[in-house]
Design a protein around this ligand. Structure first.
Ligand SMILES: [Zn+2]
Length: 161
């Protein structure tokens, strides 16, 4: 899963999504300012609620940031509300929590890469806002490219929101 951090692309995954154990584990790093954006992405992508967990007694599956070549991984540390802390970011077994009526809109179509489906990583309210600005984008779960949203698809999506 990619996240745009200014001009830098950052990469994240977890064991049930990718064979992250193949990457060499480095020292954990503080998550800091990306807390909100990463948790939002994880809720949509994994459908599970992220949380910080004490390293000695993990309450879920650790989330790793990966180096751009996927050869290194590290866990992300933080505390309540994204502050500096010593707890590890994990995906709990609880379903992701979204604001009332703002759940992710289910939509996908095959990507041109042929390996995965392209989908939105957005909630209903975000889709409405981006449609209005004509900035709606799709992302492929496998290649992370952005297949273009066609006019026909936009019309279809507008009908369903
Ligand atoms: Zn693709």
């Amino acid at each position: 899963m990619t996240l745009q951090d200014g001009s830098t692309e950052r990469y994240y995954s977890w064991q049930s999504r990718d064979p992250v154990h193949l990457a060499a584990e480095e020292r954990p790093r503080q998550l800091m300012g990306l807390y909100e954006a990463l948790c939002h992405g994880l809720r949509i992508e994994a459908g599970r609620e992220p949380e910080f967990s004490a390293p000695a007694r993990l309450t879920g599956e650790p989330v790793f940031e990966l180096s751009p070549d996927y050869r290194a991984r590290w866990t992300l540390l933080g505390g309540a509300g994204g502050a500096v802390g010593s707890a590890i970011l994990v995906l709990s077994d609880r379903p992701a929590r979204f604001a009332n009526g703002d759940e992710p809109l289910s939509y996908g179509r095959p990507c041109t890469c042929g390996r995965g489906h392209a989908s939105f990583r957005l909630t209903r309210n975000e889709i409405v806002q981006l449609l209005a600005k004509d900035e709606l984008k799709l992302y492929c779960i496998m290649c992370d490219q952005m297949p273009k949203v066609t006019e026909e698809e936009k019309a279809l999506i507008k009908k369903h929101i």
